[in-house]
Design a protein around this ligand. Structure first.
Ligand code: ADP
Ligand code: ASP
Ligand code: MG
Length: 401
């Protein structure tokens, strides 16, 4: 039996009408004679509401209790969706993450899937049922875990890989992946297709349309993905191993506001101190990005880098402990910065691309704080309140206004 995995995000099940529309899509796929597994997110902004509720009670709740709480959002929507599918005359069964066999590590709030015990889902499929699975969650040593914000995409891809599904469709509130977030950049264009590597970069650099870990997993297991609308029937965007770039060298642009810039000022000019600093950070699961080094006063060094904003306080704590050893005179942390990037497998092919990007920023009067390049991306750090303006300017330079 050919299997289709369908994932419905929060806006695609936000009320009864949307839930019924999703159920109709599931029922139609089932009637086509396919095995159907649907993965569902919490309704609308329900996860945010649960986080706010918890914070009202305790500013720093235990991560274990948070995961038990947040997983409830997906459990509500998967039960309701199974009822809506049954109302279409299609036999269905709802399963929480652990019932569907998601075994994870114990990192509450950002758990990694270890493996899937797929028997129960497989049995339900063999019985002809549409299986509706709560996304974003699993179990570790008997405790409920969640996979991190936006993690339902990763649940869907993991199921598609485990079931060897021939199709994995991500239904959302846009009809595909665009050259930039269409909510911010009005001239953004829908992409017919994009490679896994480019989509991973886009997602990691702020294009919130897909959870970046889901793309890694899809690439690893060769799961072809389609991002499409849950509202219209427009063809979506295919994400697969290779998708040739035609006239342009860039696939898209993105802005990430969840970063912080840390500067360690006045590090002694002795070999080995930079490695000490970065070993301490990475040993504490902090990934520094966009590292720059400049000569400071008195023959000392300044090192600046960015980290995810969630990690900024932890990074400061670690560096402060090393401060004496580094000889640092000051540690600065700027949280109101943003990273604006262009992404594409053709970036390195054209040496004019960086100058084109910087010119667009200059014309938009945006000051560049840091720059970094790699094979697939070119990123700059700018002030947070200039982030969206910078994104529009950079996108305009490569894709037109
Ligand atoms: P869901 O709830 O379905 O998972 P998300 O909110 O996670 O939906 O993702 C869809 C949103 O991603 C869109 O509404 C859009 O604003 C945003 N987005 C950001 N970058 C892009 C992009 N490059 N292409 C399409 N959408 C994007
Ligand atoms: N409900 C979770 C979130 O809002 C997971 C998801 O939607 O994918 O982050
Ligand atoms: Mg999402």
């Amino acid at each position: 039996m050919e299997i289709t995995v369908m994932k419905f995000g929060g806006t695609s099940v936000k009320n009864n009408d949307r839930m019924i529309a999703a159920a109709e899509k599931i029922a139609a796929e089932h009637r086509r004679g396919r095995g159907v597994v649907a993965v569902v997110s919490a309704q609308g902004k329900f996860t945010d509401e649960l986080i706010a509720k918890a914070q009202d009670i305790n500013e720093k709740p235990e991560l274990r209790e948070m995961d038990a709480l947040l997983s409830a959002g997906e459990q509500i929507s998967c039960s309701l969706l199974a009822m809506a599918v049954a109302a279409q005359g299609v036999p269905s069964i709802a399963m929480s993450g652990w019932q569907a066999g998601f075994v994870t590590n114990g990192s509450f709030g950002s758990a990694r899937i270890d493996h899937l015990e797929i028997d129960r889902v497989q049995k339900a499929l063999d019985e002809g049922k549409a299986v509706i699975v709560a996304g974003f969650q699993g179990i570790s040593d008997g405790d409920i875990t969640t996979l991190g914000r936006g993690g339902s995409d990763t649940s869907a891809v993991a199921l598609a890989a485990a079931l060897n599904a021939s199709t994995c469709r991500i239904y959302t509130d846009v009809d595909g992946v665009y050259t930039a977030d269409p909510r911010i950049v009005k001239s953004a264009q829908k992409l017919e297709g994009i490679s896994y590597d480019e989509m991973f970069e886009m997602a990691s650099l702020g294009a919130g349309v897909m959870h970046n870990r889901s793309i890694k997993l899809a690439k690893k297991f060769g799961v072809p993905l389609e991002v499409r609308s849950s509202i219209t029937d427009n063809p979506g965007t295919m994400i697969k191993e290779r998708f040739p770039l035609e006239n342009v060298k860039i696939r898209g642009a993105a802005c990430d506001k969840d970063i912080a810039e840390i500067s360690v000022v006045g590090i002694s000019n002795i070999p080995g101190l930079a490695s000490k600093l970065f070993i301490a950070l990475t040993e504490n699961d902090i990934t520094p990005d966009m590292i720059t080094q400049s000569l400071g006063s008195d023959n000392s060094w300044n090192i600046s880098f960015t980290v995810h904003s969630n990690n900024a306080d932890k990074a400061l704590y670690i560096i402060n402990k090393l401060r004496k050893e580094l000889g640092a005179v000051r540690i600065d942390c700027l949280k109101d910065v943003a990273k604006v990037s262009i992404i594409g497998s053709g970036i390195m092919e054209n040496p004019k691309i960086p100058a084109q990007m910087f010119t667009a920023l200059t014309e938009a009067n945006v000051n560049i704080r840091m720059i970094s390049t790699s094979e697939l991306k070119l990123s700059v750090v700018v002030d947070a309140d200039e982030g969206h303006r910078a994104l529009v300017a950079v996108h305009g330079a490569f894709f037109g206004e």
